[in-house]
Write a protein that binds this ligand. Structure first.
Ligand code: HPA
Length: 267
């Protein structure tokens, strides 16, 4: 049975414990080999990929984003639910809150953001009006509502290069620019998923207020601990969402590159 749904587990989400009959798979891609797990959930085949590796051994700036997304594409994945531990710049988005981002600001540096490097692949300028799949975000909102989970159904994710945390001055700037949340891995993952015409949704879990907003100095341990405390809620949200995903996609993500998407057509 084809694998149509994948979960990318970020910091603190390292194993696919909602899946049955889990098997390890290695998928070869032109960008490198990717190890992941495939299992069964409510009659569906679901892939689980630990973004930082099982032992959190790959830092954000060294994640092989192209290999990861291409491996999921190779398996036939059409929808990705990607978890992210994030700091908050927005006082209404508190530690422990869940946010389904709808926009991003990119402050990464030097990460390859495309599969299309000229030559045989050609050149592609992919549309980013709706970087996160609106249909998957709606499914997430429905799943959260079914479970009675309070969530923020929109937010602007700021991607920083890392692996260091931000300075308070950077956080003040990012806040003024309209950022709500800050993390180190959301870009280029979302961009590559779009180029691969895979629906992609972000599930951000706020682990801390960002530097200068929080009274404390930030540590990675604090982020991991906050994810740990909230793991059960995140897991039930993912399970409910996977059960609700419609394999027939009505959104435009599946033709983000191949088109035709009519310019200026109404939403
Ligand atoms: N900054 C960047 N990445 C993060 C943070 C943060 O404050 N918290 C969790 N991931």
């Amino acid at each position: 049975m084809a694998v149509k749904i994948a979960v990318i587990g970020g910091t603190g989400v390292y194993n696919p414990d909602l899946l049955d009959d889990v098997r390890e798979e290695w998928v070869s891609t032109p960008y490198g080999d990717v190890g992941l797990q495939v299992g069964r959930f409510q009659g569906r085949q679901v892939a689980f990929l630990a973004r930082h590796g099982q032992q959190h051994s790959v830092p954000p700036h060294l994640v092989n984003y192209r290999a990861n997304i291409m491996a999921l594409k190779t398996l036939g994945v059409k929808s990705i639910l990607a978890t992210a531990a994030v700091g908050s710049l927005n006082l209404d988005m508190r530690p422990g809150d869940l946010v389904f981002c709808d926009q991003f600001l990119d402050f990464t540096r030097g990460r390859v953001q495309t599969f299309f490097e000229g030559g045989p692949e050609g050149v592609v300028h992919v549309d980013m009006t709706e970087p996160y799949c609106p249909e998957l975000r709606a499914v997430l909102a429905r799943a959260a509502s079914n479970l009675g989970l309070p969530v923020h159904s929109a937010g602007t994710y700021v991607a920083t290069e890392g692996p260091r945390f931000e300075t308070p001055a950077e956080i003040r700037m990012l806040r003024q620019l309209g950022g709500d949340l800050v993390g180190m891995t959301g870009v280029p993952e979302v961009v590559l998923a779009r180029e691969a015409e895979i629906c992609y949704a972000n599930i951000s879990l706020v682990t801390n207020y960002a530097a200068g907003i929080s009274a404390n100095r930030l540590t990675h341990e604090e982020v991991v601990e906050a994810m740990h405390v909230n793991a059960a809620r995140l897991r039930s949200l993912i399970a409910e969402t996977v059960a609700l995903i419609d394999p027939e996609r009505a959104c435009l993500c599946h033709r983000a590159v191949s088109g035709p998407v009519v310019a200026g057509s109404p939403k």
